[in-house]
Write a protein that binds this ligand. Structure first.
Ligand code: DLL
Length: 434
């Protein structure tokens, strides 16, 4: 279902016009109210009234996480604190957390955006939505909460209760929709198998997952194990929290809410804007935010724009699923690698599970990458021959694909740490060892 027909199906020319109007007013406000932007615009001779197209936006330098840290905690706010009614903070996936604020109007927009996210996945007021995202400084819990309430669904705010408790609540309260991180969904799915709960005892139908990258393989295993249709949703606290872009039932890219954000894709090395269809780093500009507008914020997330219209009826630009961050990249023997590249190889190796971790160490001056991956439950650990075969296959596939030798450690099912929040795939110990 389309929650906001007017904006979600607005013709491309109209949305562009709306974006430019809203952009100009945002630029004016930040120039007047945020000393950081005033100094920046003056230095680059940028006059807000002269930014008349999305292309003109390119004159303005990027804002980065470092900018937010330098202006910690409230330096980027464009309104006095008395108008700020909510404060959240980024979860600090990489580095120190940053602070974000919302006015009453911002919260109204956010709730409406989250209603769009939920409606696009098929959620209605007849659903019971269990929100297993952290409620706290993290934006996930509260973001979903207000959106689900706006739709009129029954909200069960379980936050990060342990998987077993989530399952009991899911069964007893007749939950139909689960929202959480994909890794937590997997932990819940595993517990469900362990508890041997019959699928007829659950009435779950939809899952909405985000806050970290997850593969199509993970999507199918969550769908099978939790008996649901699983949707991907994307967002980041600096821009809003969840409620930036989300999948519709075609699951062919995430619809960006363009009446609130302008997207650009840049080459992460040169900063040059790339044409639609090319992979690069997503840069976002908010055009309705009052408390903390962001101009050309470098998200660090890699994706590409999909311009073809979607059969669902929404006219908005779509963003390809986010598999990786530009700063997740690591270099091993001169080869640049992302965890998702290793993950896609593991996905083709039989008897491995979608749980893995990459450990990078320096041994005798040489960088070593160890891939720790769980094997399926049906593999018995004294079947040495079988294990060797799996190990060799992974090593060989990585060597063929990337020309590097890696160590592979197969671990028993459920041995790797499970997380309720975001999962950490790469553990780089090289700096500690120097
Ligand atoms: O993770 C907001 C959120 C909450 C999104 C709930 C979706 C659902 P932060 O803690 O600021 O905010 O982390 C933002 O998480 O820059 C991405 O690197 C990553 N991320 C978020 N959603 C996805 C996704 C929330 N669907 C950072 N796929 C972002 C891949 C994602 N990565």
């Amino acid at each position: 279902m389309i929650w906001n027909i007017e904006y979600e199906t607005m013709a491309r020319e109209d949305i562009r016009q709306l974006q430019i109007e809203r952009l100009q007013s945002t630029l004016n406000r930040v120039y007047k109210n945020v000393p950081y932007y005033k100094a920046l615009f003056d230095e680059y001779h940028i006059i807000p009234e002269e930014i008349n197209s999305i292309a003109d936006l390119r004159q303005i330098p990027f804002t980065t996480k470092a900018t937010l840290r330098e202006n910690y905690p409230y330096g980027m706010f464009a309104v006095p604190l008395r108008e700020v009614v909510r404060i959240h903070s980024s979860s600090g996936t990489t580095g120190k957390p940053t602070v974000v604020g919302y006015t009453r109007n911002d919260l109204k927009h956010w709730s409406e955006l989250m209603a769009r996210v939920l409606a696009a996945a098929g959620v209605t007021k007849d659903d019971t939505v269990q929100i297993a995202f952290d409620y706290g400084l993290f934006t996930g819990g509260f973001g979903f909460h207000y959106g689900a309430e706006l739709i009129g669904a029954s909200v069960v705010p379980t936050s990060l209760a342990a998987p077993e408790k989530q399952i009991h609540i899911m069964r007893d309260y007749r939950t139909t929709v689960l929202a959480c991180s994909p890794s937590f969904a997997l932990a819940i799915a595993e517990k469900l198998k362990e508890l041997k709960i019959n699928r007829n005892e659950l009435v779950m139908r939809i899952g909405i997952f985000g806050s970290e990258p997850w593969s199509e393989k993970l999507r199918s295993s969550i769908q099978n194990d939790l008996f649901i249709d699983a949707y991907d949703t994307y967002g980041l606290s600096e821009i809003m929290g969840p409620g930036v872009a989300s999948e519709c039932d075609r699951k062919n890219g995430l619809h960006l809410f363009e009446d609130h954000y302008i997207a650009e894709i840049i080459d992460p090395d040169t900063g040059k804007v790339l044409p639609p269809g090319e992979m690069g780093e997503l840069v976002l500009t908010t055009i309705t935010k009052e408390a903390m507008p962001m101009i050309r914020y470098r998200t660090g997330d890699l994706t590409k724009m999909i311009e073809e219209s979607c059969p669902c009826g929404r006219k908005s630009l779509r963003l390809a699923r986010f598999t990786t961050r530009s700063d997740d990249m690591f270099i091993i023997h001169g080869v640049k690698l992302f965890p998702s590249q290793i993950e896609s190889i593991l996905a083709t190796v039989e008897h491995t599970e979608p749980h893995y971790q990459l450990i990078i160490e320096r041994e005798g001056g040489m960088d070593e990458l160890e891939i720790q991956v769980e094997v399926s439950e049906n593999i018995v650990f004294d079947e040495v021959k079988k294990l060797m075969k799996i190990q060799d296959e992974i090593k060989q596939r990585i060597f063929e694909e990337y020309g590097i030798h890696v160590k592979v450690k197969l671990v028993e099912s459920k041995r790797l740490e499970r997380t309720q929040g975001k999962i950490k795939r790469v553990i780089d110990r090289r700096n500690q060892q120097q």
